[in-house]
Design a protein. Structure first.
Length: 197
């Protein structure tokens, strides 16, 4: 079993794609997406995702809770730009749970905004771009989509070590040990880290 955390609209074929977005419930109520569309409550991208069945492929998994899987039962875990969306204690719970459910030899692949790169890219001529990246990755103004925290390679590795991982390696875009690595990465300018159990 391969587990995808905080998938949102990125469905990995052959993976268990999970999130907590309300879209996954709405998608399961016949007629409701059409109703919301008619009421003007969905944007173009959401309409397309409902029509393509994207949200129906999501399963609910809240990374602040215990994962509903047995110890050592998961082959690989992937999370893309999800850790920043939760407070640090929730991120730690998530990494602890990843370690618990991964099978020996299993791999966790995390991609996130690289804090070092973001700081290096800061341009005093356009400070808003930096602030937007720090607090609100998708530029949405909704509070639930805010970013809570950011990591560089060192602080992410520290968190992974606390979770129990000992082999932690920085990776390049679409390169690494994680299964399907050529297709699961979608954000080239990220920090990619793999941790092996
Ligand atoms: C910035 S989006 C990233 C979406 C996608 N992985 C990508 O790279 O485009 C962060 C995702 O994390 C999800 N998320 C936030 N809190 C979560 C939680 N407690 N458990 C699981 N997913 C969560 C959000 O619903 C959202 O879909």
């Amino acid at each position: 079993m391969k587990l995808h955390l905080g998938a949102f609209e990125q469905i990995h074929p052959g993976w268990v794609n999970t999130d907590i977005t309300p879209h996954l419930y709405i998608a399961r109520v016949p007629g409701l997406p059409r109703l919301l569309e008619a009421a003007g409550l969905l944007n173009e991208r959401q309409i397309r995702c409902y029509r393509d069945g994207v949200y129906r492929q999501l399963n609910r998994l809240d990374v602040s809770r215990r994962f509903p899987f047995r110890d050592g039962s998961v082959q690989a875990i992937h999370g893309s730009h999800m850790l920043a969306s939760v407070p640090r204690d929730v991120a730690q719970n998530c990494l602890n749970e990843c370690f618990r459910v991964l099978q020996p030899g299993g791999v966790l692949r995390i991609s996130i905004v690289d804090l070092d790169q973001a700081v290096a890219d800061y341009n005093p001529e356009s400070p808003d771009a930096f602030v937007d990246l720090m607090f609100c990755l998708d530029a949405s103004k909704k509070a639930k989509n805010r970013n809570w925290w950011h990591y560089n390679e060192r602080s992410l590795a520290d968190r992974l070590r606390i979770a129990g991982f000992q082999v932690i390696e920085r990776r390049e875009y679409r390169k690494g040990r994680c299964p399907d690595v050529e297709i699961i990465d979608s954000r080239p300018n990220s920090l990619f880290v793999e941790a092996m159990k």
